[in-house]
Design a protein around this ligand. Structure first.
Ligand code: ADP
Ligand code: MG
Length: 687
């Protein structure tokens, strides 16, 4: 394995200076270089004869330098360098423009492969600025399927190719395959050295397919292994069976509303799971406002009535407090004697001590909190159910950590980020999924408008009227500080602008990411209490926050946000009895961006938007894999490679079920993959 971890400076031609450029691409080691996969390929394997070159084709041919270089200057001053190249069927001109070195490229009689486009120049077919390579046995830029890489300033396509080629020669087919031979055979995977070579310089399309399959499999296998590892490797049968179904369904009569059909279905799924001894691992996905909190509460009710403790973790203090109050309210409605405690970072030590004590002795049944819940001094008497809200805000690694405070406990994670099914299979490979795909009745859809910035005056007047009626508004900008390079509105600037112009009479708060948490909370609290009329912020306004009186969401430079993100922002309004509005302001000229914003104005369905986002922008970062705390995939396409994903899942399950980890080869393989996974996670954390 060792040659892979060598610094790329061991390669000829890469010194300190070039190494810095490669670092921009995340390439530091030979491994990084070889795992910098091509973003595409050009098939230059078809070689034709010069005699058969017709105008306007891209062609590859071999010829001997017959005459040249001839240097000329065009009327406009362009330097033109020309060679004539021939084979047994004819000859053709090769043209370079403004290239001072062009005249040094070839010598008379040399045999060269060219690849380029044929064009009419002065009524003669010639080849303009071709790629070329002297004929030898190891052509890498021509005469084959040629890789094309994503580059950085200072590294050309040709140079990149040369470096990868040198890296391949450096490892000399001596990479140890992580996957044992029988494993490769079983899952139809090609050998690693072949795969790495063929992903860069395939000898045929077929070889390329084989290489892709292997490397994609390796990539998803790594992630799935890690997920399973987090989940815990053994199938445990001795969890807790909660049996208070009756109490839960009784309680429903005391709610001021009826559950939607979707909520009812998900509740049934949860209660069924909880009745089994096997620990539950369930994800509840539901669009913003679909009513996930009450479902979480009902699960907690089942747990507490059965005599156990439960905990609910939220990503921010504001959300935790919100849940705390909601849950207390639910308890009051049912006249239940259930004790709830709140744990946050900002509590006084004395207060904390008392709550810790009551959690330990079991007098607190439900504990709500931020990640302060993970504090190692916090000990439960019999924690048996853990709920994580807005789960994507916690990293994958954190997902499991609350679990260690109980024994074989049940877990629920709740997420409002709509993601297509294939993706959830990857991100939540360790969870069963329940979907609340219906909103409570009588919800007024948020009216969404997409406007140009020239309409702002009218918009401001409109908002002013709403505020005078007692409503509140959010303004979201993509940046915090002014930026010279980008013509984007910054939150600070905007805050000043509103404060000194149109909204002088009103109280306006400002929130951005780098603010201290308690400052943020102060601003937010004043908004929740209705003291502040307007909040200007970057996207940090928290997911999940419930302020029924806020009815306006204005998003500046809306083209800068993904659909999923816009939908999340829109979900901050439309939570009460009042008609709400979301206004997307954008002067974008891009057709694609316009389409996205129009689509956003047309639909309120988060899942539909997620699918559309995918369709418009392709897979990758859009759906916020990073946001979910997972590395982005280099080669796997999570939406199209469904088959590979499910094959790999089978393989992972097989290994763990058969307890192959006891086998040294498998154990080594898994550990290696887990290391690699953690490295990629820490790479993200650094970014
Ligand atoms: P989210 O799924 O976004 O977390 P919440 O749980 O905060 O949504 O619910 C949003 C609001 O809808 C809350 O005020 C909640 O009490 C209310 N709600 C939940 N379920 C129903 C229902 N079936 N009918 C009417 N209102 C409901
Ligand atoms: Mg919520």
């Amino acid at each position: 394995m060792d040659c892979l971890s060598e610094n790329i400076q061991v390669l000829k031609g890469i010194g300190e200076y070039k190494a810095k450029l490669y670092a921009n691409l995340g390439i530091y080691t030979i491994y990084d270089m070889l795992y910098h996969f091509p973003k595409g390929y050009k098939d230059k394997s078809q070689i034709i004869k010069i005699g058969s070159i017709i105008p306007d084709i891209t062609c590859n041919f071999i010829g001997t330098i017959d005459s040249g270089p001839l240097e000329m200057r065009s009327k406009r001053g362009t330097i033109i360098t020309k060679y004539i190249v021939k084979d047994e069927t004819g000859s053709i001109g090769i043209i370079f423009y403004n290239n001072r070195f062009a005249k040094l490229l070839f010598k008379h009689g040399e045999k060269v492969v060219f690849s380029g486009k044929s064009v009419f120049i002065n009524n003669v077919v010639q080849i303009e600025v071709p790629e070329y390579e002297k004929v030898n046995n190891n052509a890498i830029h021509t005469m084959r399927i040629v890789p094309e890489y994503s580059l950085t300033k200072g590294i050309s396509q040709k140079e990149m190719r040369n470096s990868v080629y040198k890296a391949l020669n450096f490892v000399k087919n001596k990479i140890t395959d992580l996957f044992p031979a029988d494993f490769r055979e079983k899952y139809n995977l090609s050998e690693i050295n072949f795969s790495i070579r063929s992903i860069h310089f395939p000898n045929s399309k077929h070889d390329l397919q084989l290489a892709k399959r292997r490397l994609k499999f390796e990539e998803i296998f790594m992630v799935q292994t890690a997920l399973l590892h987090i989940k815990g490797t053994k199938e445990i049968e001795q969890g807790i069976a909660f049996k208070e179904r009756e109490s839960v369904y009784d309680y429903l009569k005391k709610l001021p509303f009826e559950l939607t059909k979707a909520q009812q279905r998900v509740l049934d799924e949860i209660i069924n799971d909880m009745e089994k001894a096997k620990p539950m691992n369930r994800l509840i996905q539901g669009d913003v406002g679909s009513g996930k909190t009450v479902i979480g509460f009902l699960a907690m009710l089942n747990c507490v009535k059965s005599g156990f403790q439960c905990a609910m973790m939220a990503p921010t203090e504001i959300l935790a407090v919100q849940h705390f109050n909601t849950i207390k309210n639910f308890i009051k409605m049912g006249q239940l004697s259930i004790k709830v405690g709140l744990i946050t970072g900002s509590q006084s030590l004395k207060n904390k001590k008392e709550i810790y004590e009551n959690i330990k002795n079991g007098s607190i049944d439900i504990t709500i909190g931020t990640h302060s819940l993970l504090n190692e001094n916090l000990v439960f008497k019999n924690l048996s159910l853990v709920i994580t809200d807005e789960q994507h805000r916690f990293g994958v690694m954190q997902r499991g950590s609350l679990k260690s405070k109980g024994n074989n406990l049940d877990t629920i994670v709740m997420s409002a980020t709509p993601i297509p099914r294939t993706l959830s299979l990857v991100l939540y490979g360790d969870l069963d999924i329940s979907v609340i795909d219906e909103l409570p009745p009588n919800r007024k859809a948020v009216a969404t408008y997409y406007i140009g910035s020239d309409k702002k005056d009218r918009l401001f007047k409109f908002i002013k009227n709403l505020i005078d009626e007692g409503r509140q508004a959010f303004f979201v900008c993509p940046l915090v500080e002014e930026s010279e390079k980008l013509e984007l509105l910054s939150a600070k600037q905007y805050h000043d602008f509103l404060r000194t112009n149109f909204f002088r009479k009103y109280k306006i708060g400002l929130i951005y990411g780098k603010m201290k948490n308690d400052e943020k909370d102060k601003v937010m609290k004043s908004f929740i209490n209705g003291k502040t009329n307007i909040i200007v912020s970057t996207t940090v306004i928290e997911v999940g926050i419930n302020i029924p009186n806020a009815t306006v969401m204005v998003i500046e430079n809306a083209e800068r946000f993904g659909l999923a993100q816009l939908h999340q922002l829109r979900g901050r309004v439309g939570r009460g009895e009042f008609q709400s509005y979301c206004i997307l302001i954008s002067d974008t000229k891009s057709g694609l961006a316009k389409d996205r914003l129009k689509f956003m104005a047309k639909t309120n369905d988060g899942f539909e938007l997620a699918e559309k986002d995918l369709e418009l922008r392709g897979s990758g970062e859009i759906l916020g894999i990073k946001q979910h705390g997972l590395p982005e995939f280099k080669i796997l396409d999570i939406f199209r490679d469904y088959e590979i994903i499910s094959d790999s899942k089978k393989a992972v399950d097989f290994i763990y079920k058969k307890d192959l980890l006891k086998d040294e080869t498998y154990n080594k393989m898994i550990n290696h993959l887990l290391n690699r996974f953690e490295k990629r996670l820490s790479d993200i954390a650094l970014n």
